[in-house]
Design a protein around this ligand. Structure first.
Ligand SMILES: Nc1ncnc2c1ncn2[C@@H]1O[C@H](COP(=O)(O)OP(=O)(O)OP(=O)(O)O)[C@@H](O)[C@H]1O
Ligand SMILES: [Mg+2]
Length: 212
């Protein structure tokens, strides 16, 4: 197994101070290169689970194992994982190339390496000529492709997607899910993909897991 989630558990405090269980003893294992779609009703804890896997939320209990190593306590930036959210969360004042370069600058790669990898990832998502535009000069689908390029540029060992296509219209959703699937398979990235759309889950995933 490449990524193993064992006994993941999380509760939050509600307004009246009661603990509310959100994720309760959740187990899931993914083989290397596998894409699992996580489906389930709104509020069942999908985003909370994904945030724990990414290291953006601390679990109450449970362990996360990546390639045989316990990474439960490892900070987000050391997990080698990339996240694509529903909202593109691009930096509005930076052009596309700088948005994609950001994760590499943080990791202190050389300017030459950064340029090469940014060009490669923009080509990968079909935006080779868009490096100089700013996000508000792009369509929603193009912005989501930039978000994907920004995730892939760090060559993640795990890709985590939280309803990345739900802000797009139906035609574009269909097109982009095929593109994401092709990329995910070509790069053989272990992927956890949250969606509400069962057709999207079927199109994108090797396996569908229901939560809640
Ligand atoms: N930081 C928080 N503090 C308190 N409660 C929270 C917090 N984050 C999430 N919750 C609660 O946890 C529950 C699960 O939320 P989560 O966002 O994980 O659901 P989800 O399955 O992703 O839903 P959706 O499909 O609508 O995105 C919800 O009831 C939510 O209100
Ligand atoms: Mg959610």
């Amino acid at each position: 197994m490449h990524l193993m989630l064992n006994g993941m558990t999380k509760s939050f405090q509600d307004k009246s101070g009661h603990r509310v269980s959100v994720v309760n003893n959740f187990n899931l294992s993914l083989t290397r290169g596998e894409c699992v779609a996580l489906v389930g009703p709104s509020g069942c804890g999908k985003t909370t689970l994904l945030r724990m896997v990414a290291g953006l939320e601390t679990e109450d209990s449970g362990t996360i194992t990546l390639a045989g190593r316990d990474i439960t306590k490892l900070p987000a930036e050391k997990r080698g994982m990339a996240v694509v959210f529903q909202h593109y969360a691009l930096f509005p004042h930076m052009n596309v190339a700088r948005n994609v370069a950001f994760g590499l600058e943080v990791r202190k790669l050389s300017a030459d390496q950064i340029r090469k990898r940014v060009d490669e990832s923009l080509a990968l998502v079909g935006l080779a000529d868009f490096g100089n535009r700013v996000p508000n000069e792009l369509s929603g689908g193009q912005q989501q492709r930039v978000a994907l390029a920004r995730a892939l540029v760090i060559e993640p060992t795990v890709l985590l997607c939280d309803e990345p296509l739900s802000n797009l219209d139906a035609a574009l959703r269909k097109q982009l899910r095929e593109e994401i699937r092709a990329l995910q398979q070509r790069l053989s990235i272990t992927t956890l993909y949250i969606t509400h759309d069962i057709d999207e889950a079927r199109a994108i995933a090797d396996r569908i897991v229901e939560m809640g």
